[in-house]
Design a protein around this ligand. Structure first.
Ligand code: FAD
Length: 591
């Protein structure tokens, strides 16, 4: 793969991206695949059989599984070897996350350990803190938790009321209560955010054994019954002077960069959940007979499995593409350099938010269809479909709700543009001139290749994104933040654009990376782009109608029509092809 370290976050929005510039799942190395198989076997042979015990809150079992994951090298996949890790890249961490994802309850325990605790210590810890904590967290000896939320401040995390006061000997006294803390019931090392003197938002590394630290009762939840979620109570908790993580007053940097990585990883875990549900749906549909036929032979069911596959394909494509970008940014600057890792996460924060929103919403779509394909059996506990469905719902709430992430996607791109880091404003201006010209450049070259039409459609998505974002900036100026509905439409267009382009580029690359299944890659990409076009058009029309009226609106809508000229493809046929291949294999078709 030729992803270059010179790429910048959000670059993809301006201009074309060649197929050989993105990392795709087909390019996984033997090492990546080995790590993935290890994780899959671990889930199948050790985690899944333990789920009933975890759902009974037997946290000693959860601890044993974390230790086992440590022994297998799964916790420290992307942690430098000097801290006991395996020292692989971020793509390897995604491969592991994808395999662990379907275990939902354990995946949450695992995600907190790897993403929410190791990452902040690795990125912001002093050498002494890293030496003290990382090897024991990576081995699974210590369980980690991350305390940002409070009952009064979830999305508004910087509004925390937990306080830290410095004692005469330099140590700290922390007081307050954190809510909904994953691993809260049995964690040993906890990253806690509190305001020094009620003002300076700061991160601390707190051991559960420190005087004044305790956990409250387990929450009674809709799902994830096998994952511990409790309050963490701080009653004048004593924390040594050396346990500030990062700088006093710079806790937001720790919190936000940790979330950037967590979001990206949740995208990968969601893709893994989709793969597992598609396998369950396929196996069930083939075996289940109604009206004398397997339900897999019915068009309505083939439609569902085909669409589940096409959407999963797009999510995987954008997650691995982003992993490749992050790894390329780290290449040379040293993946073991915490500051460089934090900077790479910050660079691709927009893509991480896209991965979170698109991944979790695709997963919910797929899991809903999985229940439907199982019929009555989907609603009872004898089958995994019911648990998958309940367990996944929280994904749209934690790691920043999807509403907050939607606001962040255009918001961060606009901020980058205003800082001169992304030529978005110039591109929007150039587009305006182009659209006012009598005719747009011709559409076909006469020498059409597969997916050329889809590439042009993706090009149109980018222009539509620029048109909507540019119009919003012109219309609202400094007050754009108050126009959440318009930002939401802009986010939807940007998400579809990145997903669709990632799918098409992956399918194009498949002529080299996966020749035997090129047609299936193309079917997935074409199907996704075709329907994405309708979603993009809907979001653009709704957004523009909120910003303009009369002749002004009519001009904008005419420009939209000139851009969106794709001819619908026969998605019935494409989905049938995807579904039939899935039924043949009884599993998701792209490995
Ligand atoms: C099972 C579980 C595990 C969790 N694990 C952890 C953990 O380990 N550590 C941790 O710190 N936290 C954890 N959380 C908490 C989680 O991160 C928060 O619940 C989440 O951030 C949302 O905060 P909230 O619940 O206060 O909702 P609120 O912030 O009150 O949001 C309510 C609704 O309002 C919307 N909203 C809020 N503000 C805005 C805005 N400005 N604009 C538009 N819409 C807005 C939200 O999108 C949402 O739809 C966990 C939660 C659960 C359920």
């Amino acid at each position: 793969m030729t992803t270059t370290a010179t790429a910048r976050g959000g670059d993809w929005l301006i201009g074309d991206v060649p197929a050989d510039a993105v990392f795709t799942r087909e390019q996984l190395s033997d090492e990546h695949r080995l790590v993935g198989r290890t994780a899959e076997e671990f889930v199948e042979q050790e985690v899944t059989p333990a789920l009933p015990a975890l759902e009974q809150k037997h946290w000693s079992r959860a601890r044993e599984l974390v230790v086992r994951a440590g022994e297998l090298g799964l916790i420290g996949t992307d942690v430098p070897e000097r801290f006991g890790g395996v020292g692989l890249d971020k793509v390897a961490a995604i491969v592991v996350g994808e395999a662990i994802g379907p275990s939902a309850s354990f995946a949450t325990t695992f995600g907190a350990q790897t993403g929410l605790v190791i990452i902040p210590i690795l990125c912001f810890g002093t050498e002494a803190q890293q030496q003290k904590y990382l090897p024991r967290i990576v081995s699974g000896e210590l369980i980690g938790a991350y305390c940002l939320s409070e009952s009064g401040s979830g999305s508004d995390a910087l509004g925390a009321r937990a306080r830290a006061v410095r004692a005469a000997d330099g140590s700290w006294r922390l007081s307050g209560e954190k809510m909904w803390i994953t691993n809260g019931g049995f964690a040993d090392v906890i990253i806690i955010f509190a305001k020094v003197d009620g003002e300076h938002f700061t991160a601390f590394i707190v051991e559960k054994s420190f005087p004044g630290v305790s956990s409250g009762n387990e929450e009674h939840k809709m799902g994830l019954h096998g994952s511990s979620t409790t309050p963490i109570v701080l009653q004048d908790a004593r924390v040594p002077a050396d346990n500030v993580l990062g700088e006093v007053g710079k806790g937001h940097k720790v919190a936000l960069n940790t979330l950037n990585f967590g979001r990206f990883k949740l995208g990968g875990m969601s893709a893994g959940g989709c793969r597992a549900a598609i396998a369950a749906s396929a196996a069930y549909a083939v075996a289940r007979k109604q009206f004398g036929h397997s339900i897999a032979s019915f068009g309505a069911i083939r439609h569902k499995v085909g669409e589940m596959t096409a959407r999963t394909y797009a999510i995987e494509s954008l997650v691995y593409r982003t992993g490749g970008l992050i790894d390329a940014a780290l290449h040379g600057s040293g993946a073991s350099n915490g500051a460089a890792v934090a900077q790479a996460f910050e660079e691709y924060a927009v893509e991480a938010s896209i991965a979170k929103v698109a991944g979790t919403e695709t997963l919910d779509y797929v899991l809903d269809e999985n229940v439907q394909i199982h019929g009555g059996n989907g609603f009872v506990k004898d089958y995994s479909a019911e648990r998958y469905y309940r367990d996944a719902r929280v994904n749209r709430i934690f790691e920043g709700t999807n509403e907050i992430n939607r606001l962040l996607i255009p918001g961060m791109l606009i901020r980058r543009a205003l800082k001169g880091e992304l030529p978005l404003i110039a591109a929007a201006k150039q587009l305006q001139d182009e659209l006012l010209a009598p005719s747009l450049t011709s559409r076909t070259t006469g020498d059409e290749q597969p997916l050329d039409e889809e590439m042009r459609t993706v090009g149109a998505f980018k222009k539509i994104a620029l048109m909507v974002v540019g119009t919003a900036m012109q219309t609202y100026g400094q007050k754009l933040n108050d126009e959440q509905e318009v930002l939401g439409y802009a986010a939807d267009i940007l998400i579809e654009t990145y997903a669709a382009e990632s799918a098409v580029l992956r399918a194009r690359a498949a002529t080299v990376t996966d020749r035997q299944r090129v047609e299936l890659h193309q079917a997935a990409a074409r199907c996704y782009v075709n329907d994405a076009a309708q979603r993009v058009e809907h979001a653009a029309r709704s957004g523009l109608a909120a910003m303009a009226e009369g002749d002004n609106l009519r001009t904008l809508l005419a420009a939209l029509r000139r851009l969106m000229k794709n001819t619908p493809v026969n998605t019935v046929e494409l989905r049938r092809r995807l579904a039939d291949a899935t039924f043949d294999r009884r599993r998701y078709i792209f490995d």
